[in-house]
Design a protein around this ligand. Structure first.
Ligand code: ATP
Ligand code: MG
Length: 421
């Protein structure tokens, strides 16, 4: 036998047993965003590499070590998208969608990051994201968080997620803070890990995000970003907090929350859970008022979030919130005798036209009734519809109930329909 070729590590197949939960989640997502009046946008999976370098920032985990970058046949450097915001902003600028206008958009699709695969962390994963342009907030920031909270309610997981909230202030405030933070970190340089030492000059705020406990210990006495906030930042954050309180959404202010990408300002938030172990962030987002201009558009305020659908579906499975039962068949059509195959196929087509919700499977591959009935059982059909010689001659069909005790009946097509409910 030829040697098998396997899928790429960290890139998953979604088997028929797994897709139903994805379908439930995707349907809910679409329904919730529609109920807020948002429109879908679809971007390519591959973009020019410099888009991500410029948008996400050179000194970030994603750009430094996680991107799938390659040269195409023209020698252009291309990258499989590691996230959706950069491509969305690029598309909006390119098509004039955000020039002096508001947009509330959503997208869904695969993202690619070269990380160490583990539970909740993969190399191809899927995000659902929302991006809003042209609104300064905090009303719209609150709306985005309310939208996510509604989704958790719809999926029955509100009790298992908590909202962490922070503000990063304006870029001027961060610049002033940056100097103070660098001065503090210089004092403790020897105690910092390698990543933090490297980042303390290029991107010192990312040191706050460090997962190293010793670094976190040192940070306890570091100057605080919040000491550098002016009135506008305070008012924006207070506004958001009081809107959330009024909406009954509880949150925890976490001053350590800086988020992994460079483009955020003002509001940042994450929804976290402890039902997934280490990969606890299900959804993260924030405001990125500088990005549109940074990518060549007209200055436009913007805010968005992205949620990881693998983590969300894992949560639903762990908490047993959805039945991961594959779609079953309602009617299985069995036939035998001269011309029976044509009758069977046509009966199935007629049923699908008259009852669009009915799941009808036609037996293919021949064989006797016994074999056909075995197939019907195997796919867990609710009824077998049998076309033998007698049925075909009398223009009737026999319905055999495969679940429950009802007696089988031989009926006309019109009599059949009410029996299929
Ligand atoms: P983490 O700190 O877990 O690496 P992140 O800050 O890199 O997350 P974001 O870029 O904010 O993640 O992406 C938004 C969401 O996408 C995350 O909260 C998570 O749910 C999901 N996500 C990110 N990376 C992965 C991955 N490699 N595999 C699966 N889901 C992911
Ligand atoms: Mg990450």
């Amino acid at each position: 036998m030829a040697k098998q070729i396997q899928a790429i590590r960290g890139m998953n197949d979604f088997l028929p047993e797994q897709t139903p939960v994805w379908q439930v989640v995707e349907a809910k997502l679409r329904q919730v965003v529609a109920s807020y009046g948002y429109s879908e946008i679809r971007m390519p999976i591959v973009e020019m590499t410099n888009l991500f370098q410029r948008a996400i920032g050179e000194v970030t985990d994603v750009v430094e070590k996680e991107m799938y970058t390659f040269s195409d046949r023209n020698g252009d450097s291309l990258t499989l998208r590691p996230e959706g915001t950069a491509g969305c902003v690029r598309a909006c600028i390119e098509h004039g969608l955000v020039y002096n206008q508001e947009r509330r958009l959503w997208y869904i699709g695969p993202m690619f990051r070269h990380e160490r695969p583990q539970k909740g962390r993969y190399r191809q994963f899927h995000q659902f994201g929302v991006e809003v342009f042209g609104l300064k907030g905090p009303d719209i920031d609150a709306e985005l968080i309310m939208l996510t909270a509604r989704l958790w309610r719809e999926l029955g997981i509100s009790d298992f997620v908590t909202l962490q909230l922070n503000t990063l202030g304006s870029s001027d405030e961060r610049a002033a803070y940056r100097d103070a933070l660098i001065a503090y970190l210089e004092h403790h340089k020897d105690a910092l890990d390698e990543d933090s030492q490297r980042r303390m000059y290029s991107n010192p705020l990312r040191v706050l995000d460090s997962k190293n406990e010793r670094v976190q210990e040192i940070l306890k006495n570091a100057p605080k970003l919040s000491d550098y906030f002016g009135e506008e930042t305070q008012a924006h954050f207070t506004g958001l907090k009081s809107l959330l309180e009024m909406a009954g959404i509880s949150f925890e202010v976490n001053e350590r929350l800086v988020r992994g990408l460079d483009y955020y300002n003002y509001t940042v938030f994450e929804w976290v859970t402890d039902s997934l172990g280490a990969q606890g962030t299900v959804c993260g987002g924030g405001r990125y008022d500088g990005l549109v201009e940074q990518l060549g558009g007209q200055a436009t305020p913007a805010v968005g979030f992205a949620m990881g659908l693998e983590r969300l579906t894992l949560m639903l499975e762990t908490l047993e919130k959805v039945n991961n039962i594959p779609a079953t068949v309602d009617a299985y059509i069995c036939m035998s005798g001269e011309g029976a195959l044509t009758h069977g196929l046509l009966l199935a087509e007629k049923l699908r036209a008259d009852c669009p919700d009915l799941r009808v499977m036609t037996h293919c591959g021949g064989g006797n009734f016994k074999k056909q009935m075995k197939r019907a059982d195997k796919v867990q059909a609710r009824f077998a519809l049998i076309l033998g010689e007698t049925e075909i001659n009398d223009n009737k069909v026999t319905i055999k109930f495969l679940q429950g005790q009802a007696e089988q009946q031989t009926v006309s097509y019109d009599e059949l329909l009410p029996l299929l409910g």
